[in-house]
Ligand binder design. Structure first.
Ligand code: KG4
Ligand code: ZN
Length: 347
């Protein structure tokens, strides 16, 4: 037994897409965070669901074991088992959820089901043991969730009370990064590669169109098609020369267009709600261009900006365990009949 760690001690499990992850949180503070990103998808330019579920099956036991070991926690020390139950890929969710249910049942501990989007929303509250203290937003705060599967603008009114202000009508911002990276011959996931190349490119190289919708909704299918049409203008040899010479410029021009299309609704939502705290979370929140633009907007509009440590932007179980800590404190546990909900929305 580990008597030295503060209660409650929670194990968090995340397997909604292509990252198999487990983390331990004690007294609300992160003790371990293990993520195994699957490499099987790199050659496909996107996640292959069947391969993802098989990889989760292989990785879930070693990843959970590593998270417990790193935290110095025995199974019997756990007070609850938390797990993502949606949204995500059905087969991927099922692996983590089935494992978590079996673990909770065997240990006779409560199960805490966590909505993956809530995990991202509360990722700005993750505080690691021995790390520097983290400034946390107070309610109400605006949260821009930007990931491979989601682009949502949410008003977080209080703990687990949210209003969805806007969402993408088609592709997620991260999906646009990944698809354009594929067009440009970069690997998967494409966001980090585009971000790196864009750093040395000229964003004014080409004026890709910006889609602007009423309200706070987003759309990223147009920019993806615009990049495709732009490349198709050139015969094959010329295109190869263009990419050789101007790949960083194309990345910078594309990235700037995506950043503008994220920042514009955010600016209008800040004006409309008058909130003083804004969080930008999810895989794409690691993007240096987006971070810089959100920082500039925070100075211009006078709000405080919160972004997770880059380690907690991409999918991870630390955010699931921390969210579960808050849920448990509010008395929310889940029955062992909890089912995977691939299309789970915020509620
Ligand atoms: O949050 P996440 O790990 O998974 C989902 O919930 O979808 O986000 C993954 C997405 C991928 O589309 C990846 O290309 C994108 O985040 N991403 C980035 C960056 N790092 C990751 N996009 C732009 N710039 C980055 N630095
Ligand atoms: Zn995610």
């Amino acid at each position: 037994m580990n008597a030295s760690l503060p209660a409650p001690i929670l194990l968090g499990i995340e397997s909604s897409c292509d990252d198999t992850a487990a983390a331990v949180v004690a007294g609300g503070v992160l003790r371990s965070n293990v993520v195994s990103s699957q490499r099987v998808h790199a050659g496909f330019g996107g996640v292959v669901p069947e391969l993802a579920s098989r990889a989760h099956q292989r990785l879930i036991v070693p990843v959970v074991t590593a998270a417990l070991d790193e935290a110095g926690v025995e199974r019997a020390d756990l007070d609850a088992v938390a797990v993502t139950y949606g949204p995500g890929l059905a087969g991927s969710l099922l692996v983590g959820l089935s494992f978590a249910k079996a673990f909770a049942l065997a240990l006779d501990r409560p199960l805490v089901g966590v909505n993956h989007l809530e995990g991202h929303i509360y990722s700005v509250f993750i505080e690691a043991a021995g790390g520097t203290p983290v400034a946390k937003p107070s309610f109400p705060y605006l949260c821009l969730v930007v990931s491979g599967g989601h682009t949502e603008l949410i008003l977080v009114e209080a703990g687990f009370r949210h209003t969805l202000l806007g969402r993408t009508r088609d592709d997620a911002a991260g999906e646009a990064f990944d698809k354009v990276a594929k067009l440009l011959g970069l690997g998967y996931p494409g966001g980090p590669a585009i971000d790196r190349l864009a750093a040395t490119g000229d964003p004014s190289f080409h004026p890709f169109p910006r889609t602007r919708l009423d309200g706070f909704d987003f759309s990223f299918s147009g920019i993806k098609t615009a990049v495709l049409y732009y490349l198709n203008r050139f015969p094959e040899t010329e295109r190869a020369r263009l990419l050789e010479k101007h790949l960083p410029d194309l990345c910078a021009a594309f990235q700037q267009a995506v950043v503008d299309m994220l920042i514009d609704p955010l600016r209008r939502a800040v004006q409309a709600t008058g909130v003083r705290h804004v969080a930008v979370v999810g895989g794409v929140s690691a993007n240096t261009g987006l971070r810089a633009a959100a920082g500039a907007l925070s100075r211009e509009a006078g709000f405080t900006l919160y972004t997770p440590d880059p380690a907690y932007c991409m999918d991870n179980a630390a955010m699931i365990a921390v969210t579960a800590h808050f849920k448990l404190a509010a008395g929310h546990t889940s029955p062992l009949t909890l089912t995977a909900e691939p299309a789970l929305a915020l509620r």
